[in-house]
Write a protein that binds this ligand. Structure first.
Ligand code: NAP
Length: 283
């Protein structure tokens, strides 16, 4: 009887104890009977290069990458997928015989959540993005490719919003979409879709019970999406429901970005229901 050799995948971040990716990814590997172990690889910034060299030299299958390494990991890899290059951030690495390729599955995860769980038609919609960090970049480029009518970026640090807007304007695919920047705290202008990509509302943070948006800015007919998934029902989501808006929580995106990583590593279709079920008791 031959014993299957177990390969490793890990999530690289700092800190990393909060990550729930190991739980739903391991459930998916086990469901398909794959000899893969998903680990937490806590990695301070000064050890990132060593971590990446270790993956290249070993026989690990790859990794997920999270805060604060999604952007700094890019120059350490051998190939970068086109969408990840446009976004400027990588959240998935695959090791193919010592050659490391980087992908970004956050954009795909968000768009799939909009279509599948939000039942949203994105084309020609007016969208406001709150935040301009790594997740905002992925969401913005994903929406650009869906040909939304306009994208407005609103971030506490305005220079960061302006840098994202510049990148979107100069992107080769940008033609049909109008890009603008709105100062933080301004009237939202009542867009059709609002996406929170800031950390506000996240459990364990300073602003865990806060909302990035005043309830008066939300109304029926609007869709409010929150990328924060812990808790699933954030203050923003509660206020949006009270205002009569449609809501989309961060959980479906979390699962779909993970499913896309799973498919890159294994070449197999991810068992989505198993991944959702594995998170049920956690959030
Ligand atoms: P990041 O690059 O560190 O960006 C954080 C963003 O939040 C920045 O725009 C920052 O504004 C803003 N922010 C933080 N604290 C704020 C405050 N007190 N007031 C106003 N703005 C504040 O992080 P990220 O990778 O983009 O992730 C952001 C969030 O998205 C996290 O909660 C993360 O868990 C979530 N996320 C969810 C998924 C999913 O699958 N559901 C995927 C990726 C990320 P400044 O620029 O002014 O600092």
């Amino acid at each position: 009887m031959s014993v299957q050799h177990t390969r490793q995948v890990g999530v690289i971040g700092y800190p990393i104890s909060h990550s729930i990716s190991p739980i739903f990814q391991q459930a998916a590997f086990d469901q398909l009977g794959l000899a893969i172990r998903y680990e937490r690889w806590e990695t301070p910034p000064d050890q990132l290069a060593t971590r990446i060299s270790g993956i290249r030299a070993g026989d690990g299958l790859g990794a997920n990458v999270t805060v604060p390494h999604k952007e700094t990991v890019v120059p350490l890899l051998d190939n970068i997928d086109e969408l990840a290059l446009r976004i400027g951030a990588v959240n998935t690495i695959v090791n193919r015989q010592g050659v490391l390729s980087g992908y970004n599955t956050d954009a795909r995860g968000f768009i799939r959540a909009c279509h599948t769980d939000g039942n949203l038609e994105l084309k020609n919609k007016r969208v406001l993005i709150l935040g301009a960090g790594g997740a905002a970049r992925a969401v913005a480029f994903g929406l650009l490719d869906e040909a939304v009518k306009s994208l407005t970026v609103c971030n506490r640090t305005q220079a960061r919003a302006e840098a994202l807007a510049e990148a979107l304007i100069h992107d080769a695919y940008a033609a049909p979409t109008e890009i603008t920047v709105l100062p933080w705290g301004s009237d939202s202008g009542k867009p059709e879709i609002i996406v929170n990509t800031t950390n506000i509302g996240m459990a364990g943070g300073e602003n865990s019970d806060a909302s990035p948006l005043d309830p008066l800015q939300m109304e029926p007919g609007m869709v409010v999406c929150d990328l924060v998934y812990n808790p699933v029902e954030t203050r923003l989501i509660k206020l949006a429901k009270e205002a009569g808006a449609q809501v989309l929580t961060g959980l479906p995106m979390l699962i779909y970005q993970g499913a896309a990583s799973f498919e890159i590593w294994t070449g197999r279709e991810a068992p989505i229901n198993v991944m959702f079920n594995a998170t049920k008791h956690l959030l």
